[in-house]
Design a protein around this ligand. Structure first.
Ligand code: PLP
Length: 836
């Protein structure tokens, strides 16, 4: 055992190699006692950071501390790899363009069970763990839910001892940092790597990835006609590994992120000829590929660099998996038996023609043999039904960059359509619908169709979403091979989202029902016994108020706004998007403002409305929605008639670490997307676990949350997905709702006239016009229903015990939404992997 028993006397107090002048006791780099950790910390401060402790900055201390924690993972890390090798296990390759990991330090301390000793060790040298941890820059290598899902999955995979290699891109600049200036979003670059990243481990392998050029045919040694790609440009992919420790297990899996570099970083002959800039140009151009994370953007489809990123990381990852497979002494024809690859959305779906190319062009496979391996290897997770988000690449852009892949895609398509023609004779419309090549408008490669045709399994991320995929978006394929489709409702890791972010509540839960729930979240059901215990509910509320006070302090310190921790915290945090309807919430707050001002709302329930989220930099309407929220905040926070009963706060730079602070403080979870638009949502699950009650539409995971917690513990409003479809079909007239609802009319008119915003009527005109004339997300149609249900919420909140009961039951019944459950389902149904 590399771990030494903490109590056992340590025999090597004076190792022979120890320097005589070294007064410190010998270091045990895997030791976990407070004393071991302290010695290790002092050593890393000297030998890794190179600074005297007395003169060290908090950043120095963070780097020394990270090194201490990393040391404690390394034996397990090597052991895990060795273990997989010895048992020749089947491995999951998880391909995702995004990983929204959040800070590592405290998560690693939790999963390795080191926190109390570490706190003590630091106290002994006069330092505070929380202060140092706050110094960690967040690796923001994702935009929102999709990237966060990949991060939660990695935590669950390690916790459940599932062999996985996570693959992605090591963006030098992650998601932008958001500042709010005069109510408007301003984007600042995220230099998360500028002081180095102590969590990553360089590897000695690298791969070459090619672009551009042309294809040709030739005769091989046996005189067979073969195809090959003659590329014009090559870059190198260099892997950086991040250890992902499971919770209370020895498994430490690998997240392997690729950095792009020039094949020859410096061309000396060009340099010697005096062309200094020319000599570094190639290096710069190559490195551009992993420079920056793309924010979601309507125009993203036309961006060649984005397709280069996708191909770059997918090709590196596949080459890596093929190499590891061969190193195990296996034949490539058994690749699909030893590996299963999951595509987190279509971003890595170029992997399908890439695996075909590698097998055929580099390893002499026939088409049929290559297809047999490829099609049995991949699984595809769809994340969205929004048509503008389904990836499609113009043919000339695609063919220019990846000519050989386009050829292969044509052939996949031809063979597939031949097959379909024999199944569905004389059905040209269907053939057009099922073709990978889209013919409407500019001809394009439709990546979702490629992913469906090239995968053994296709899944949606919540029950409703999967149903809509099967019945609508992917209906033709579902009809043809229904057995490939399944649902895998998303989940979130309870380690980060409950245990790490809400220690007060967790202490109470542990004390009440023990700790079995840490690895089986259904164990939280034990709390149901206390739902009518008034004393317990008082303690429950006290724990929640602790979180609310802490967030109130953050708001006061960072935004100079005073909020009352006893008020109801009504929380709407997520990406800013019209379908998520932050503007519905803003309109509702304005309607309350009007009613308080004109005296029709007598005794309002004191409420703090919290918003947070980033808008895509090019998404003008989303940025206007942020401005609207900030303007509403200025109005109600400063009006003497309202400021004591309502506060509105926009929290800038919503991120994982800020989320950890916000979710536990929520009383009410706002999940108010237009029904049928939110594939799943995971923010809703984080809040449910922490005891928030949801107000929501019948959309995404809300439906399943309501089923789990019970209708009586959920506030439902709004049109359903079929009603939305019917309303649209009948010809939706948003203006009719405006004419019919006096409350809505007053709010809309107040914005238009400038009454609320100091006479400014111009700023929000585009938003008002959009809602009145088109309203693609049915804000006006759902307004009255939302208002009515909010009145019920406010009344319910006043009954402290009844609310506490609802809150407790939400936590108690949140077991389904652990990503451990999700991962178990993927392992059982798609990956065919045993779970530890
Ligand atoms: C959970 C999470 C999301 C996803 O939130 P939704 O409410 O599901 O849209 C986005 N960003 C961050 C930082 C998160 O932690």
């Amino acid at each position: 055992m590399p771990f030494q028993d903490q109590e056992a006397p340590r025999p090597q107090q004076h190792e022979p190699e120890q320097q005589a002048q070294d007064t410190q006791p010998s270091e045990n780099r895997a030791g976990t006692s407070a004393k071991d950790l302290e010695i290790s910390f002092r050593n890393h401060m000297t030998h890794t950071v190179g600074r005297p402790l007395e003169n060290s900055s908090i950043l120095d201390q963070y780097h020394a501390l990270a090194a201490v924690v990393r040391d404690r993972m390394m034996d397990q890390w090597l052991e895990t790899i060795e273990n997989y090798k010895q048992h020749n296990v089947r491995v999951l390759g998880y391909l995702s363009a995004e990983y929204l990991l959040g800070p590592h330090l405290e998560n690693a301390l939790l999963n390795l069970d080191l926190r109390p000793q570490m706190e003590e060790a630091l106290k002994n040298v006069g330092l505070d763990l929380a202060t140092i941890a706050a110094e960690e820059p967040e690796p923001g290598l994702g935009n929102g839910g999709l990237g966060r899902l990949a991060a939660c999955f990695m935590d669950s995979l390690s916790t459940l001892d599932v062999p996985v290699l996570g693959y992605g891109l090591r963006y030098e600049f992650g998601i932008f940092r958001q500042e709010i200036v005069d109510g408007w979003q301003v984007e600042k670059s995220d230099k998360w790597l500028q002081y180095g990243n102590p969590w990553e481990i360089g590897a000695s392998t690298s791969y070459e990835v090619c672009f551009f050029g042309h294809t040709e045919t030739y005769n091989d040694d046996q005189g067979l006609l073969r195809h090959r790609w003659v590329p014009e440009h090559t870059v190198k992919g260099i892997p950086y590994d991040t250890p992902i420790p499971g919770y209370q297990t020895r498994t430490v899996n690998r997240l392997r992120l690729w950095k792009a570099a020039a094949v020859d970083s410096f061309d000396l002959s060009i340099f010697n000829s005096g062309d200094y800039m020319g000599a570094v140009r190639q290096k710069m151009e190559s490195e551009t590929i992993s420079k920056v994370l793309y924010p979601p953007d309507e125009q993203i489809q036309g961006k060649r660099l984005r397709l280069m990123q996708q191909y770059f990381f997918t090709s590196c990852s596949l080459q890596d998996m093929l190499r590891l497979h061969c190193m195990r002494g296996e034949k490539l024809s058994t690749f699909h038996e030893k590996w299963t690859i999951q595509l987190n959305d279509t971003h890595p779906s170029i992997g399908i023609p890439e695996l075909m190319r590698l097998l055929m062009d580099n390893h002499n496979f026939s088409w049929d043999d290559a297809w047999n391996v490829t099609q049995k290897t991949f699984g595809y997770t769809n994340h969205t039904l929004l048509p503008e988000a389904l990836e499609r690449w113009p043919l000339d852009l695609f063919g220019g960059l990846l000519p050989r892949h386009l050829e292969i895609i044509y052939e996949i398509n031809e063979r597939f359509l031949d097959d379909m023609r024999s199944r569905y004779p004389n059905d040209d419309a269907r053939m057009r619908r099922m073709s990978i090549i889209g013919e409407e408008g500019e001809r394009s490669v439709q990546m979702a169709k490629l992913a469906v045709i090239g995968s053994k399994a296709i899944n949606g991320v919540a029950e409703l979403h999967t149903q809509l995929l099967e019945q609508d978006t992917l209906h033709d394929y579902y009809e043809t091979f229904p057995e490939r489709f399944s649902n895998k409702t998303n989940g979130v890791t309870p380690r980060r989202w409950l245990m790490l972010s809400n220690p007060c509540l967790v202490d109470l839960i542990n004390e009440t029902i023990g700790t079995r729930w840490h690895k089986d979240l259904y164990g939280l059901r034990g709390l149901e016994h206390f739902a009518d215990d008034k004393n317990f509910l008082a303690r429950w509320r006290q724990a929640q108020e602790g979180c609310k006070s802490s967030l109130a302090k953050y708001i006061s310190q960072n935004l100079s706004i005073t909020v009352d921790p006893a008020s109801m915290f009504d929380v709407h945090v997520k990406r800013i998007h019209e379908y998520k309807r932050q503007h519905l919430k803003a309109l509702h707050i304005l309607s309350l403002y009007c009613q308080i001002k004109n005296g029709t709302l007598k005794n309002p329930t004191p409420t703090t409305y919290l918003f947070g989220g980033k808008a895509a930099p090019s998404y003008v309407m989303a940025k206007l929605m942020i401005k609207l929220v900030c303007s509403v905040a200025d109005l109600v926070n400063n009006d003497p008639a309202t400021r004591d009963v309502m506060k509105v706060v926009f929290l800038p730079n919503y991120s994982v670490s800020l989320g950890q602070h916000i979710y536990p403080a929520a009383d009410l979870s706002e999940q108010i997307s237009t029904a049928g638009k939110e594939a799943s949502g995971t923010g809703c699950m984080k809040m449910m676990m922490n005891g928030a009650v949801t107000i929501g539409t019948l959309d995404g995971a809300n439906i399943e949350i309501r089923k789990e917690c019970g209708e009586e513990n959920f506030f439902l409003f709004g049109l359903t997905a079929p009603q939305i479809a019917d309303t649209l079909h009948a010809g939706y007239q948003p203006r009719a709702y405006y004419e019919r609802s006096p409350l809505l009319k007053e709010v809309m008119d107040g914005i238009t006239s400038g009454r609320f915003f100091g006479g400014n009527s111009a700023t929000f005109a585009p938003l008002v016009d959009n809602l009145l004339s088109w309203d693609p997300f049915f804000v006006l149609a759902d307004f009255d229903s939302y208002d009515t249900v909010h009145t019920q919420v406010s009344d319910a909140y006043r009954d402290t015990n009844a609310w506490g009961r609802m809150s407790l039951l939400n936590t108690a019944r949140s077991g389904k939404f652990s990503s451990d459950r999700t991962i178990r389902e993927y392992c059982r149904d798609i990956w065919k992997l045993p779970v530890g």
